[in-house]
Design a protein around this ligand. Structure first.
Ligand code: XLS
Ligand code: NI
Ligand code: NI
Length: 446
């Protein structure tokens, strides 16, 4: 495919400001604008995903693909893979964002044997490497697809058959090496089928041990090859399995502690997975930060009217302002970033729809960042939160936390000092007003 695929899209999507009427321009995302001491581009670290955006034909459970993705129908799958990369890099260069993410199977087809599959991936990796060198694009993370092929129907690491465990290990070893070779900033493991359909045929304790062993092997191999990126687990409560083991951030963090893996892994939090787990996106981010496991974000949203992973592009600053406040008040990303793990709607079948979706999502993130920065810089939320806990800096609070008071000591103090604490206002509505005021006022200057 020598010709441009997105021929109707300008060579570069540029910042044009809120008054621009050009749909192929950013209204808020201004890569060089300094926010909280860094360029906006370096704060947001935006990635495009090669699965939903380039390897998915727009199928749903009732119907076939609607999208115009000619490379998916090539009779020579390696030629199709190369054309797909050409289109993806054209997209990345025109969009102008720095990163991309992919699974092994997004970029290279399976062969008849594992040896052939490996050769395919290695050949395509050469191609990716050249394209990265030419374009300056970087790999936010790589991952292995351990869920699509029928061999993984009963899980990968948690499969009842150790041969499947071995196969998954071979696949992750290779993809970790590819990610290392391409200078990936992270490596992700999403436990797509690490879970169960029915407890009638499932040994929970055994499967937990298998999963822990697998993750320990991955961490060992990471050290062996000298990969310095971060290993990330991506929590999700269900879908495709009825119940997935990596249910949410708290579950994953507990699992890591239990198996001595807490220093090796962090989490990749996905907006829509948070809501599927019955949490808010802010809750998942805040929990990861509180537990010291925050790593990266798959940015998307669900639909409040249904309960599955609709992977829609983010479009609400109101929804993103608070999760972003959590991330940036904690200092922002280190190796992580915002990966657009997002799907177009099945009717969005024009080639340029992929641009409009990303442009809108990126502008929403940019605006969310500005709101978060405002809330961090003016410090009102932080000050009010600190005031709420001020008692813990006093003599009694410190003595309790330092372990200097027993239950009996405390009971004695209550009687001796006549303690009679009264409830104080949590000020929720006032705090919500503070947030809304920032959401409404940021950008007024633009
Ligand atoms: C699926 C997951 C998947 C991971 C990568 O729900 O979000 O896309 O991010 O395997
Ligand atoms: Ni994801
Ligand atoms: Ni998802």
């Amino acid at each position: 495919m020598a010709t441009e695929f997105f021929a109707d899209v300008p060579d570069r999507i540029r910042y044009a400001g809120l008054s621009s009427t050009d749909p192929f321009s950013f209204k808020v995302y201004d890569p060089d604008r300094m926010v909280l001491g860094k360029r906006m581009e370096d704060q947001l670290r935006i990635a495009v995903c090669l699965w939903h955006s380039f390897n998915w034909p727009g199928t749903d459970v009732f119907g076939s693909g609607t999208f115009d993705r000619p490379w998916l129908n090539d009779r020579d799958p390696m030629q199709g893979a190369r054309d797909k990369l050409a289109a993806a890099f054209e997209f990345l260069e025109k969009l102008g964002t720095p990163f991309f993410c992919f699974h092994d199977r997004d970029v290279a087809p399976e062969g008849r044997t594992f040896v052939e599959t490996r050769a395919n991936l290695e050949a395509i990796t050469d191609d990716i490497e050249h394209r990265m060198q030419r374009s300056g694009k970087r790999l936010l993370w790589g991952t292995a697809n351990l869920f699509s092929h029928p061999r993984y129907a009963a899980g990968a690491a948690t499969n009842p058959d150790p041969d499947v465990f071995a196969y998954a290990a071979a696949q992750v070893k290779l993809m970790l090496e590819v990610t290392h070779r391409l200078g990936g900033a992270n490596y992700v493991l999403w436990g797509g089928r690490e879970g169960y359909e029915t407890l009638l045929n499932t040994d929970l304790a055994r499967e937990e041990q298998q999963l822990a062993r697998f993750l320990a092997l991955v961490a060992e191999h990471k050290a062996r090859i000298g990969f310095t990126g971060t290993l990330l687990l991506e929590p999700k409560p269900q879908e495709p399995t009825k119940h997935q083991y990596d249910y949410d951030t708290a579950t994953v963090s507990g699992f890591l502690e239990r198996h001595g893996l807490a220093d090796e892994y962090r989490v990749n939090i996905e907006g829509n997975h948070a809501t599927l787990a019955g949490h808010s996106f802010q809750h998942e981010v805040a929990t990861a930060l509180a537990l010291g496991t925050f790593g990266s974000i798959d940015i998307n949203r669900g639909d409040p009217q249904n309960g599955w992973d609709t992977d829609q592009f983010p479009n609400s600053v109101d929804e993103l302002a608070l999760p972003m406040y959590e991330i940036f008040r904690a200092g922002g990303f280190t190796t992580g970033g915002f990966n657009f793990d997002t799907k177009l709607r099945r009717q969005s079948l024009a080639r340029d729809d992929l641009f409009h979706a990303h442009i809108g999502g990126i502008d929403t993130l940019a605006r969310g960042l500005l709101v978060a920065a405002e809330m961090i810089e003016d410090g009102e939320l932080q000050r009010r939160r600190e005031e709420r806990y001020a008692g813990w800096s006093g003599a009694l609070g410190r003595a309790i936390l330092d372990g200097d008071r027993s239950l009996a000591d405390l009971a004695e103090a209550v009687e001796r000092d006549g303690l009679d604490p009264r409830a104080v206002s949590g000020r929720q509505e006032l705090l919500e007003n503070v947030v809304n005021q920032r959401i409404w006022s940021v950008g007024e200057d633009a």
